[in-house]
Write a protein that binds this ligand. Structure first.
Ligand code: ASP
Ligand code: MG
Length: 249
C-alpha cells in the first residue's frame, strides 16, 4: 500500500523524537508499504523564526518570510532522511519545490494547485522513502511559498491525493479528534470516526487538530485521513466520507 505519513513539530522536537518517528516509518515499510513522509519544523522552530524576523523588520515582506520559514521544514526533512539512512533504510529528502508542490503566489497563505513534476514518484520507484518538507510550495515564478500556519497537514493530504495513496496518517501530540475541545471540556469524547463535513466544520471553528484546507482537499479527493498520537498507542480517529470506509484501510 502507498501511505503518506505526517509528523508535526512536537513529534520531531529533538533528535530522539526524530529517531522515534523514523522507527514508525521503518515499521510501516517493514510491513511492505511504500512511504512518503511529510515533516513539520522541529518543536517551536517556526515561532522562534518569526520572533527573529521581527527583530529585523516589524512588518517583514511576505516573500522573504516564506523563503525564511520554509527552511524550518527543510531542516527537519534532511534530519529525518539522515535518521532513516542511519537505520539502513534508503531515504531522500525533498523541499516542496523539489517535490513539485505547485501553489498560487499568495505568500504566507498559498493554495496548493497540483504536482508539477514526478520527482516523488521517481524516488519511490527507486525504492526510496521520500521525506518531503511540509508547509511549502513553489509558485509559477519559481518563488518559495508557504501554506499558512499548520500547513504541513495540507502538504500531506495533497501528496496523498496526487499520488493516490491509500491513507494519509497524521501523527500528532493528541490521540485523535474529540467531539469538543478536550483542553476546555474534560468530558470530551474521542471519536473513532468523523465525516469530512463535520471535520471541516470543526477545523473552521478553530479546532487546532487539522488545518482546514487539508480537510477541504481530503474531501475533494476523497483521501482517507487518520489522526493518531506519535507517543501513545491507538488507532486515533479516521476521517472519511462514510464510517464503513475505514474498515478496509
Ligand atoms: N511549521 C509550520 C507552523 O508551525 C507548519 C506546520 O507545522 O504545519 O505553522
Ligand atoms: Mg498542526
Amino acid at each position: 500500500m502507498r501511505i503518506v505519513v505526517k509528523f508535526g513539530g512536537s513529534s520531531l522536537a529533538d533528535g530522539e523524537r526524530i529517531q522515534n518517528a523514523a522507527k514508525k516509518i521503518a515499521a510501516l515499510r517493514a510491513a511492505g508499504h511504500q512511504i512518503v513522509a511529510v515533516v513539520s519544523a522541529q518543536g517551536d522552530t517556526t515561532d522562534d523564526m518569526i520572533a527573529k524576523a521581527a527583530q529585523i523588520h516589524t512588518d517583514p515582506p511576505k516573500r522573504e518570510m516564506d523563503a525564511y520559514l520554509a527552511a524550518g521544514e527543510q531542516m527537519s526533512a534532511a534530519l529525518m532522511a539522515m535518521a532513516l539512512q542511519k537505520m539502513g533504510l534508503p531515504a531522500v529528502s525533498l523541499t516542496g519545490a523539489q517535490a513539485g508542490m505547485m501553489t498560487d503566489g499568495v505568500h504566507s497563505d498559498a493554495r496548493v494547485l497540483g504536482l508539477k513534476n514526478d520527482r516523488v514518484a521517481q524516488e519511490m520507484e527507486r525504492d526510496n522513502i521520500v521525506v518531503v518538507a511540509g508547509f511549502q510550495g513553489v509558485d509559477g515564478k519559481g518563488d518559495i511559498t508557504t501554506l499558512g500556519r499548520g500547513g504541513s497537514d495540507t502538504t500531506a493530504v495533497a501528496l496523498a491525493a496526487f499520488l493516490k495513496a491509500a491513507v494519509c496518517k497524521i501523527y500528532t501530540d493528541v490521540d485523535g479528534v474529540y467531539d469538543k475541545d478536550p483542553r476546555k471540556y474534560p468530558d470530551a469524547v474521542k471519536l473513532d470516526w468523523i465525516g469530512y463535513d463535520d471535520m471541516l466544520h470543526m477545523a473552521r471553528q478553530g479546532a487546532q487538530v487539522l488545518h482546514d484546507r487539508c480537510v477541504e482537499l481530503a474531501q475533494i479527493y476523497q483521501v482517507p485521513v487518520q489522526v493518531l498520537s506519535t507517543f501513545r498507542p491507538g488507532e486515533g480517529t479516521f476521517i472519511t466520507a462514510f464510517p464503513e470506509d475505514f474498515s478496509q484501510i
